[in-house]
Design a binder for this molecule. Structure first.
Ligand SMILES: NC(=O)C1=CN([C@@H]2O[C@H](COP(=O)(O)OP(=O)(O)OC[C@H]3O[C@@H](n4cnc5c(N)ncnc54)[C@H](O)[C@@H]3O)[C@@H](O)[C@H]2O)[C@@H](O)CC1
Ligand SMILES: Nc1ncnc2c1ncn2[C@@H]1O[C@H](COP(=O)(O)OP(=O)(O)O)[C@@H](O)[C@H]1O
Ligand SMILES: [K+]
Length: 503
């Protein structure tokens, strides 16, 4: 199943479409939401747990009343704490509040901090239905007290849809949010579940379906997660009669006297990921040192004094440039030359990005696909902004680079964001902190090169390459390694595990 990623506006559009065009009533959606969340909650708690459900002024609070009624009806010990006065509860939420009361439920309206404190301390589980998508500005009094008390003294916190106070969208730096242990997300994760400064507030998250129609998501949601199903659907199979030329002849340019190894890792990863032939273009002084480390590759010497080496570009199906090539004037000239003179997919990584920064406009006029693969530091450098600014709004900035320079952007990180020049955006979720080690990016560059040569859709190739890279690390950490000892060269071997078990 495709997991969509939504902004608050997209989710409201989907809700409105469902209510107005499909004809499902808001109260019914709230009933579905509360029931689906309760089912999931039951799997996370014990029958003997004392449950305290915090409800706020909007529809998230409305979900809270349905959850309270559903659990109470199953003989769970439930207390409702309403953190706003009665008159704030309106519409569908009021309807479900009345149903809850008619069922015999009672409500504690929290007036004093001490009351909130006592009820929280005396419960085993807090269900946080204070605020959902509708949070705006700083939390007002009453709500802020509740959030602070929950964060200070609650035993376990399960948030409904989104931790209360946390913005759904990117771009917000300051906020006060519930820190959840678990978040039960309604239908689709929000953008903030994928940002470095907000994702951790969710704790572990999972989604529930409340009956919103797929056509509404197809119409309004612009992003999705790239996972196993997407990979399996479009990963090409090797033709039994294929020959090496069918799997691409790739050139990887990089490496230098002080960084000879990176280019070897790229080449090995490309071959392990299925490339037919790989040529390493590197400093002539380096070739002797590295040739024995990748005996399957061929080598093309690059003379450091010569700015425009006569590399036979037309022989190659795709090129990757930049890994370990250094920042010399010659390297800069070589990058400029490759950008101008090649007419095949070009992947620019690492130092290649540093050099290309001086004339990004040249990328726009390339006729074949250009792919840039920055980590956050390199991306911030390309944009002349701070890493912090980038990480608060990474979807926006990825889109900006992709569309301004007509390039594919692979913004690497825990949640790698892949953006096409047409504005399609996906997030790869595979991978773990074992990859936070020198050389991981070089390995990714090799997998990208191999897949770009083997898949007709550049977009699918990029997504699959990121998935394979992360999944290789995940399988290694599950089976034989840990996220401490994992090394980039292990990840190359791990590609076999992905292919053997998943494709
Ligand atoms: N059809 C729907 O719209 C559905 C919505 N659902 C739930 O409804 C939620 C969205 O509902 P709402 O749009 O009512 O949003 P909220 O439940 O987040 O509540 C918004 C209200 O909270 C108050 N508020 C906002 N910011 C505040 C602040 N800083 N301090 C104090 N009060 C503040 C405002 O009065 C605002 O009207 C979703 O997250 C989901 O949990 C579900 O019930 C399923 C169906
Ligand atoms: N904490 C993490 N969780 C998941 N993936 C990660 C993590 N840290 C790094 N990675 C992945 O590892 C790779 C690192 O690339 P990069 O920073 O260019 O490394 P290097 O330049 O050292 O080769 C990227 O694909 C990135 O997505
Ligand atoms: K919430």
């Amino acid at each position: 199943m495709k997991v969509y990623i939504v902004t608050a506006k997209e989710m409201y559009d989907i809700d409105n479409y469902t209510m107005k065009k499909i004809g499902m009533d808001g109260k019914l959606l709230m009933e579905n939401a509360g029931r689906a969340v309760s089912e999931k909650v039951e799997r996370l708690i014990e029958k003997s747990d004392r449950i305290c459900i915090f409800v706020g002024p909007g529809n998230n609070g409305g979900d809270g009343f349905v959850i309270a009624r559903t659990l109470m009806n199953k003989r769970y010990d439930v207390t409702i704490v309403q953190v706003v006065p009665d008159e704030k509860i309106t519409g569908d939420a009021l309807y479900h509040k009345n149903v809850f009361v008619n069922y015999g439920g009672s409500i504690l309206i929290a007036q004093q901090e001490s009351e909130v404190h006592d009820v929280t301390v005396n419960s085993d589980v807090v269900i946080d239905a204070i605020l959902g998508l509708g949070v705006k500005g700083d939390l007002r009094e009453g709500l802020i007290t509740a959030v602070e008390v929950i964060n200070e003294v609650a035993n376990r916190v399960i948030s409904v849809d989104i931790p209360s106070g946390l913005p759904a969208d990117e771009g917000m730096e300051e906020f006060t949010s519930v820190q959840a242990d678990f978040t039960i997300v309604i239908e689709a994760p929000k953008v903030s579940a994928f940002l470095q400064h907000t994702a951790l507030y969710y704790g572990v998250w999972d989604t529930v379906s409340i009956g919103l129609p797929l056509i509404a998501f197809q119409r309004y949601a612009k992003r999705n997660v790239w996972g196993y199903e997407q990979f399996k659907d479009c990963m090409p199979r090797r033709d039994p009669y294929s020959h090496k030329g069918d799997h691409g002849k790739g050139l990887t340019i990089g490496g230098s006297a002080t960084m000879p190894g990176s280019i070897v890792m790229t080449a090995k990863a490309a071959l392990r990921a299925g490339a037919g032939l790989i040529t390493i273009g590197t400093s002539e002084k380096v070739i002797n040192r590295i040739a024995s480390q990748c005996i399957e590759a061929t080598y093309f010497p690059i003379h450091e004094q010569n700015n425009h080496p006569s590399i036979p570009f037309e022989e190659f199906d795709a090129i990757t440039i930049g890994m370990g090539m250094g920042r010399s004037g010659n390297a800069a000239a070589l990058v400029a030359h490759v950008v101008e003179q090649t007419d095949c997919p070009l992947i620019i990584d690492a130092d290649g990005l540093f050099h290309v920064k001086t004339d990004l406009a040249k990328l726009k006029v390339r006729k074949s696909p250009t792919i840039v693969t920055p980590h956050p530091g390199e991306m911030a450098m390309l944009l002349d902004i701070s890493v912090k600014e980038l990480l608060i709004t990474p979807f926006y900035w990825s889109m900006k680079i992709a569309q301004t320079y007509n390039v594919y952007v692979v913004l690497k990180g825990k949640h790698t964001i892949i953006t096409t020049p047409e504005g399609i955006q996906v997030v790869n979720k595979s991978g773990n902190a074992g990859l936070a080690k020198g050389g991981s990016g070089d390995v990714l560059a090799g997998i990208l090169l191999a897949l770009v040569m083997q898949q007709r859709s550049v977009f699918q190739a990029l997504c699959n390459a990121c998935f394979i890279h992360g999944k290789a690390a995940d399988l290694l950490v599950e089976e034989t390694h840990s996220d401490q000892d994992l090394m980039a060269s292990d990840v190359i071997e791990g590609i076999s595990k992905v292919y053997r078990t998943l494709s």
